[in-house]
Ligand binder design. Sequence first.
Ligand code: SF4
Length: 79
Amino acid sequence: MPECELLKKCAFFNDQLANMPGHAELFKDLYCRRDNKICARYMIAEKLGRESIPKDLFPNHVEMAKEIITYLSSKQKSH
Ligand code: SF4
């Protein structure tokens, strides 16, 4: 699996989140370098665009990502 194409500009990958966890490097290996399809940030970028990713969303916050996608998708449809 190639590296995530958002890697260079991703706030998580570039340690720009306020509370980077101690296991951030593990997450980077798991999500950013191996399987971005399971990353919460990537899911939102893919469906709604990079600008819709909440600043402090972590790659493992998949449930939150799904809720955000459902919510913002329904908002977009209503316009
Ligand atoms: S955190 Fe997600 S969106 Fe960001 S570089 Fe890693 S896999 Fe890509």
